[in-house]
Design a protein around this ligand. Structure first.
Ligand code: TXD
Length: 321
């Protein structure tokens, strides 16, 4: 059987979960790369030793040598350093941009035909830098954030309405930060508008608005909420699951319509930036950018988020990347 080869660059919290999920779903053979000596080898050996229990036949290998990612079909990047106390935003940007430049060069040299999913923060800037350094076609460099943010929004809606999260459809667009844009108007439960269900639940439009605004705000702050509880590190289960949904759509050529950080040329008047929008994901990566109609308020919110991304990218350029 000609299994896909999936290279994971970064074997930390998210990288380890990615490796295990890929194995359990038998999406492909895994090569887990990290600069920490022997750590990726230990994590992949540990996961592999559960193959009988988890019933998977894919292979897992850990490495500290980029040569071992040679010929990968799909690459998922989590390499980066978390923000340390006293570290400024620019310090973090400089550090992680330096790492991403290194990673992009190594992936370009060892897996030139791969499709790349970026997870590392600051997400929209890291996707931009990876594509710039690697020179890969835009459609083969994709950021993971919108699926996570949309899943968080959907989960909060399901809890509030007491319905199965499986029936909730709610999408978040824009940059992966405080200016992200949960699209309330498009949110529904199997076609029933969420706002209609809230107004019926509370019998009051103002109360329904207050409740949905609270969920929108919780979605925007959800990353920080988990960081505050964990105290060391950030969310890693949900980002990993979100990236696996993208990996599956690409590997199985599913043509899923999913929110991802994608390159926009003329779409959404973005003019050449990577930002979170609805996209169709398939074997060639981003197969289509889906434009949805936005009302005045939504357009203003999207533009504000796009401008935040543009600011981050120009900061990165100011810092020499
Ligand atoms: O959904 C999203 N996009 C975000 C992403 C959600 C949550 C976390 N977000 C970001 O993902 C987070 O802010 C980080 O930038 C990345 C990875 O998060 P993770 O929790 O996995 O970080 P870890 O555990 O610190 O792992 C990072 C690994 C670690 O093992 C380092 O040794 C490795 O990156 N690392 C490197 N690998 C390769 N090459 C270089 N230069 C390198 N430097 C560090």
């Amino acid at each position: 059987m000609n299994r896909k080869k999936i290279a994971l660059i970064g074997g930390g919290q998210i990288g380890g979960v990615l490796a295990q999920l890929i194995a359990q779903k038998e999406l492909g053979d895994v090569v887990l790369f990290d600069i920490v000596e022997d750590m990726p080898q230990g994590k992949t050996l540990d996961i592999a030793e559960a193959s009988r229990v988890d019933q998977f036949d894919v292979s897992l290998n850990g490495t500290n040598d980029y040569k071992d990612i040679s010929g990968a079909d799909l690459v998922i990047v989590t390499a980066g350093l978390p923000r340390k106390p006293g570290m400024s935003r620019d310090d973090l940007l400089t550090t992680n941009a330096g790492i991403m430049k290194q990673v992009a060069e190594a992936v370009r040299d060892n897996a030139p035909d791969s499709i790349v999913i970026i997870i590392s923060n600051p997400l929209d800037a890291m996707v931009t830098l990876f594509q710039k350094v690697s020179g890969f076609p835009h459609e083969r460099v994709i950021g993971q954030a919108g699926i996570l943010d949309s899943s968080r929004f959907s989960t909060f809606i399901a809890w509030e309405l007491g319905v199965s999260v499986k029936d909730v459809n709610a999408m978040v667009l824009g940059g992966h930060g405080d200016t992200m844009v949960p699209l309330v108007r498009y949110a529904n439960v199997n076609g029933v508008p969420v706002m209609e269900m809230l107004e019926r639940k509370y019998g009051d439009e103002a109360k329904a608005k207050e409740v949905i605004d609270a969920m929108v705000n919780r979605t925007k702050m959800a990353g920080g909420e988990v960081v505050k509880l964990l105290k060391t590190g950030s969310a890693f289960y949900s980002p990993a699951s979100s990236a696996i949904q993208m990996a599956e759509a690409i590997i199985k050529d599913e043509k899923r319509l999913l929110p991802t950080c994608a390159y926009l040329d003329t779409e959404y008047d973005a003019g050449g930036y990577f930002v979170g929008v609805p996209t169709v994901l398939g074997a060639s990566g981003i197969e289509k950018v889906v434009e949805v109609s936005l009302n005045e308020e939504e357009s203003a919110a999207f533009e504000k988020s796009l401008n935040a991304v543009k600011g981050l990218v120009s900061d990165m350029e100011r810092l020499g990347f």
